[in-house]
Design a protein around this ligand. Structure first.
Ligand code: PMP
Length: 282
C-alpha cells in the first residue's frame, strides 16, 4: 500500500481523490515531472524543479509550492514508501472549475505526487541495446512544455510494440525529433549528434546532463537535426531520459547499427551519467 501526496495531505492511495471537474482530467491542462531515485536519493532534482517552473510559466500558472517544499515532499514520499530505486511522479494541474476552454480565474492548482518502485540501474536492455521504429511525429507544436497530454506518445509506444520494437522515434519534415518519452542521439566518427532545443522537443533534463558530461570528457557534440537515413548509417545511437538514463539503440526500423551491440560511446556515457548523477544526488 503506497502513500501518495494530494494537495497537502499524505494519504493511502485508495483514499486519494481528485475532482471530476479537474482541468487535468477534462483538458490535459497540467504538467508533470518524473524524478529518478537511486540509493534512496533524488537524481537531478533541481533540473526537474527548474523545468517544472518553466512549464507552469508557459501555461500561465504559478507554482503553488516553493522548490524547498517540493523537495521536502519528494523526500518524504521516498521515505514513507521505502523507495531505494524507482521514481517520484509529480503532477500539477490548473485545478477544478466549471468546464470552459478559457482558463478559469482563481482556481487552485491540484498537486499530486506518487512513487513507483522500479529497477533502473540494472536494466537488461542496456546490455543488449534497444530497437526503435520510426513513426511520423503527430504531436502538437509545444513539445517543450511537459504537459500530461501524452496520448500520441502512448500510440507511438503501441505502434512500436505491434512492430516488435522497443520504442519509437518520431520524424517530422524528414528529421527525427525525439523518442516517445526520451531524447534521441546518434554517434558518427566519435561525434555525438542530437537535435537542438526548440519547441519541437522536450528539453530533457538527462539530455542537459549527458551533453555536459560528454563535453567535459572532451567528446564532440553537435546539436542539429538528423534524418532517419543518417541515423541508420551512424556508428551508434542512443536515447536519454530520467528513468532510462542512457540507453543504447542498436536497430532503427529494419537496419542494424554496427555489429548490433551497444556502442562504446553509449556505454561510456551511461557509466559517466550514473557515476556523476549518483554523486550529485540529494
Ligand atoms: N522527450 C520526451 C517526449 C519525454 O517524454 C521525455 C521524458 N519525460 C524526454 C524527452 C526525456 O526527458 P528527461 O531526460 O527530462 O526525462
Amino acid at each position: 500500500m503506497r502513500t501518495v501526496y494530494v494537495n497537502g495531505d499524505y494519504v493511502p492511495e485508495y483514499q486519494a481523490r481528485v475532482s471530476v471537474f479537474d482541468r487535468g482530467f477534462l483538458f490535459a491542462d497540467g504538467v508533470y515531472e518524473v524524478t529518478s531515485v537511486l540509493g534512496g536519493k533524488l537524481l537531478d532534482f533541481n533540473g526537474h524543479a527548474a523545468r517544472l517552473e518553466r512549464s507552469l510559466g508557459e501555461l500561465g500558472m504559478s507554482s503553488p509550492l516553493s522548490r524547498d517544499e517540493l523537495l521536502a515532499i519528494h523526500r518524504e514520499l521516498t521515505r514513507l514508501n521505502e523507495i531505494d530505486e524507482g521514481l517520484v511522479y509529480l503532477q500539477i494541474t490548473r485545478g477544478a472549475a466549471d468546464r470552459d476552454f478559457a482558463y478559469p480565474e482563481g482556481s487552485s492548482p491540484t498537486v499530486v505526487l506518487f512513487t513507483q518502485k522500479k529497477q533502473l540501474a540494472d536494466n537488461p536492455i542496456a546490455e543488449r541495446g534497444m530497437s526503435v521504429l520510426t513513426i511520423p511525429d503527430q504531436r502538437w507544436g509545444r513539445r517543450d512544455i511537459k504537459t500530461v497530454q501524452l496520448l500520441y506518445a502512448s500510440m507511438g509506444k503501441m505502434m512500436a510494440k505491434a512492430a516488435g520494437a522497443d520504442d519509437a522515434w518520431m520524424v517530422e519534415d524528414g528529421q527525427i525529433t525525439e523518442g516517445t518519452s526520451n531524447n534521441a542521439y546518434i554517434v558518427k566518427d566519435g561525434k555525438i549528434v542530437t537535435r537542438q532545443l526548440g519547441t519541437e522537443i522536450l528539453h530533457g533534463i538527462t539530455r542537459a546532463a549527458v551533453l555536459r558530461f560528454a563535453r567535459e570528457a572532451q567528446m564532440e557534440v553537435e546539436e542539429r537535426p538528423f534524418t532517419v537515413a543518417e541515423a541508420q548509417t551512424a556508428d551508434e545511437a542512443f536515447i536519454t531520459s530520467a528513468s532510462s538514463f542512457v540507453m543504447p539503440v542498436v536497430r532503427i526500423d529494419n537496419v542494424t547499427l554496427g555489429d548490433g551491440a551497444p556502442g562504446r560511446v553509449s556505454r561510456r556515457l551511461r557509466e559517466i551519467y550514473l557515476d556523476e548523477s549518483l554523486r550529485a544526488a540529494i
